[in-house]
Design a binder for this molecule. Structure first.
Ligand code: ADP
Ligand code: MG
Length: 233
């Protein structure tokens, strides 16, 4: 699904520069569920953003689904992003003035899908996350867990090959976190490849593989026995 070789990334800070990723090697196969762990500032989001084509590495190779990701125009990057990737964020990133259905339908608009089909597809995905009855509600009328479910439905609407999640449970209480994890595990059971950043051990153990970053280097990369989330919900 993806191959990364000797990836480096620095940020300019005034006159100096901060070397954030220091030669990352990472391969992810189709169907995997991987947690990227590490303390705050270790470069997790930077790595995920590069994988998600939201940011670019300074050097190294990144191949996604057989496609070398390098020197893409913003337009081309947007096309690939839309085609290959779904995103979930800690803070949900829903559009406040759009209702749940409209939020889920938005990526389909960018795919050029007709309004009627967008609505049907968005409703189908809202049903999948158990929120069909909340379609007309605005984000502010939803709980944190419900907002993240809408975000998951939105991420899945365009049927991405890879789902990227940056601390998807970071803003949720434990029970709601496990509820969301049960949902994400179910998606992976159905074959979706998932890469998620977390700094919580219990959440990482609900994945199938843990990659530990420290100061921009992968310290450890191990397969784990997946803890099932549904037993806690
Ligand atoms: P994590 O997600 O593991 O907490 P990040 O990848 O967000 O870490 O950040 C790694 C380091 O890079 C941090 O020290 C952070 O302050 C710095 N950093 C992140 N984004 C930028 C940016 N756009 N400009 C400058 N420094 C940044
Ligand atoms: Mg982060």
């Amino acid at each position: 699904m993806l191959q990364i070789h000797q990836l480096h990334k620095s940020y300019a800070i005034g006159d100096s520069s901060l070397h954030v990723l220091k030669g990352i090697d990472l391969e992810v196969e189709e169907g995997e569920m991987v947690a990227i762990m590490g303390s705050s500032g270790s470069g997790k989001s930077t790595l995920l953003n590069i994988i998600g084509m939201l940011d670019e590495a300074d050097s190294g190779d990144y191949v996604l689904d057989g496609l070398p990701i390098k020197n893409l125009t913003e337009k081309k990057a947007a096309v690939y992003r839309n085609k290959f990737l779904g995103f979930i964020f800690q803070s949900f990133n829903l559009i406040n003035y759009k209702n749940a259905l409209e939020n889920v339908a938005l990526p389909l608009y960018y795919q050029g899908m007709k309004r009627r089909e967008r609505q049907e597809k968005a409703l189908f995905h809202l049903e999948k996350v158990g929120l069909a009855n909340w379609a007309k509600h605005l984000p502010k009328e939803l709980s944190g867990g419900q907002k993240q479910r809408v975000a998951i439905a939105r991420a899945l609407a365009a049927n991405p090959k890879l789902l990227l999640a940056d601390e998807p449970t970071g803003a949720l209480d434990t029970k709601t976190s496990y509820d969301i994890m049960a949902f994400i595990q179910q998606l992976n059971d159905e074959g979706k490849t998932i890469l998620m950043v977390t700094h919580e051990e219990d959440i990482a153990n609900m994945c199938k593989r843990i990659v530990r970053l420290r100061d921009g280097v992968i310290m450890e990369d191990t397969k784990v026995q997946q803890v099932r989330a549904e037993q806690y919900v």
